[in-house]
Design a protein. Structure first.
Length: 111
């Protein structure tokens, strides 16, 4: 009696994983970080892609916000040493609602 040789299951799984990882998705969402320090957004300009999140870390001793100029997104109040995450879908400028001289901008990459 002859048995048909079969590929090892682990090899099949590896091959399927390799195929799945090939061009199935152009971009994995990323999380960008903007630090608020000394009444500044650092970096002041951040390039994101659709689906990305931006994490704002407030390292100041007073509350801030990051509020889109067109109001399309808003972190709301970020307390001292607090943080907030937003998903930004389009390019534009933003500022702190409490301190209008604090400004930053988002650009959309890969479009
Ligand atoms: Cu502020």
């Amino acid at each position: 009696m002859m048995r048909t040789p079969r590929p090892h299951p682990a090899l099949v799984a590896a091959a399927l994983l390799a195929l799945a990882g090939c061009g199935a998705r152009e971009h994995q969402p990323e999380r960008h970080t903007v630090v608020i320090r000394n009444f500044l957004f650092v970096p002041a300009a951040e390039a994101v892609r659709e689906g990305d999140e931006v994490l704002f870390l407030n390292h100041d001793a007073v509350p801030h916000t990051a509020t889109a100029a067109d109001r399309s997104w808003d972190t709301g109040n970020i307390p001292a040493n607090g943080s907030a995450v937003v998903r930004v879908g389009k390019a534009g400028t933003y500022k702190c609602a409490y301190h209008p001289t604090m400004t930053g901008s988002i650009t959309m990459a890969g479009k």
